[in-house]
Design a protein around this ligand. Structure first.
Ligand code: DI6
Ligand code: FE
Length: 398
């Protein structure tokens, strides 16, 4: 008899293997936090483990939100009102508002305050079935404040049943004290990577390559320092203009390049060749009313893996729902339901370099999200509401 710790039955499964990989009336068994068996209930081997009847719910791999700026001080509702009155996101940034206004609030907060502010935002995502989240620094822009953000990100995983991947985004904006000395700041950021990594605070290094942020050369210098530490890189690429970010990310074998509204077809093809995942952030497109959308047709033609994430941040995407992003990815970008759901499971895991999740298969982590729905398309269809009725992390109810 197989040794299972627990078995779930009377559930429909989206394994996310080979598309949605639907198994109707399926069963799933866990052993030591990993999936030990999965398939049609009728084929489930005899066992003596406790059984959970899911009452016809749908089970997906626990969702992965692979791009967030969840940890920050304050918020920018005031700027939102200014934008409603006509100011643009870039104008506000150039005046020293935007990211820099969140930097001021974040520098003023201690680690406990950052953690306390982030937890309710995290809880909203978890309630929808998220089990893995990426969190970036990038609102400290000085060593100690960046370190505090990363420590707060790590602390989230101690407070809740969730996996947290921390990305160092020191190259997010030029801090006011380095105005006019941007290259010097980029070099300083490159030098922060080794000590932060030595403390175990960094899983990947990210940068914002943009005309209001860092040039491709400055970005490359930061990426070289990441490479020297053996850390993977990611890039905020071609969001507001085409600086060749997609190709730059590909050149460094980045895990992902994110945003990509202005990326060229050649840049996207380079990403595909490098195995770099395209992370789509429809909340940012929507919230800053960016008229140009990522070239989904070119991504499909290039065979790129597409992920979908919240980009949760106080300026360009205060998105507290990954399910809402599924709808936006379908409605704004015309993703299919299958593409969107792969984007928050298998491809999102790939965007974080995590090979042990994002799919339901033997040997994978037993991270599950259970939904009271009649078909997977409902996850992309509703605007608001939350059909999640259960979350399992490493085989345990969470
Ligand atoms: N791109 C974004 O969308 C966020 N960061 C970035 O590089 C915006 C962050 C913010 O406005 O606070
Ligand atoms: Fe972002």
């Amino acid at each position: 008899m197989p040794e299972f710790d627990r078995v779930w039955v009377n559930a429909h499964l989206c394994t996310m293997q080979d598309g949605l990989g639907v198994v109707r009336d399926g069963a799933l068994a866990v052993r030591d936090g990993r999936i030990a068996w999965i398939g049609p209930r009728a084929a489930l081997p005899a066992h003596d483990a406790p059984v959970t009847d899911c009452g016809g719910a749908w089970i997906l791999p626990g969702l992965v939100d692979c791009h967030t700026h969840l940890v920050f001080g304050g918020n920018r509702a005031g700027e939102f009102e200014r934008r409603l009155a006509g100011a643009t996101y870039e104008e506000i940034a150039r005046e020293g508002g935007g990211i820099l206004s969140t930097v001021r609030a974040t520098r003023a907060a201690d680690e406990d305050a950052l953690l306390a502010a982030a937890l309710p935002r995290l809880d909203g995502l978890l309630a929808e079935g998220v089990t893995t989240i990426e969190v970036k620094s990038g609102y400290g822009l000085e060593f100690e404040a960046e370190r505090r953000m990363l420590r707060a990100a790590r602390a989230l995983a101690a407070e809740r049943a969730v996996s947290v991947q921390a990305s160092f985004l020191g190259a997010h904006a030029v801090p006011p004290e380095f105005r006019g000395r941007q290259g010097e700041y980029a070099a300083l950021v490159a030098g922060m990577i080794a000590p932060l990594a030595a403390e175990g605070l960094v899983d990947a290094v990210d940068a914002f390559c943009e005309r209001i942020a860092f040039t491709p050369d400055e970005t490359a210098a930061v990426f070289e320092a990441a490479r020297a530490q053996g850390l993977p890189v990611k890039l905020h690429a071609d969001q507001l203009s085409d600086l060749g970010g997609a190709a730059l990310a590909a050149r460094f074998g980045a895990l992902s390049a994110d945003h990509l509204e202005h990326a060229s077809a050649a840049g996207l093809a380079a990403m595909a060749a490098a195995g770099t995942v395209a992370v789509l952030l429809p909340g940012a497109t929507y919230f800053i009313r960016e008229e140009r959308h990522p070239d989904i047709a070119a991504m499909r033609a290039a065979g790129l893996r597409m992920a979908v994430a919240t980009d949760m941040n106080p300026g360009s995407s205060p998105a507290r729902s990954l399910l809402l992003m599924l709808n936006m990815a379908c409605t704004l970008y015309r993703l299919t339901v299958e593409e969107a759901l792969l984007g928050v499971t298998r491809h999102a895991a790939a965007a974080l370099g995590l090979e042990d999740r994002g799919m339901l298969a033997p040997g994978m982590r037993c991270d599950l999200a259970l939904y009271r729905i009649e078909a997977p398309a409902e996850l992309c269809y509703w605007l608001g509401g939350n059909p999640c009725v259960g979350r399992v992390v490493a085989g345990r109810d969470a």
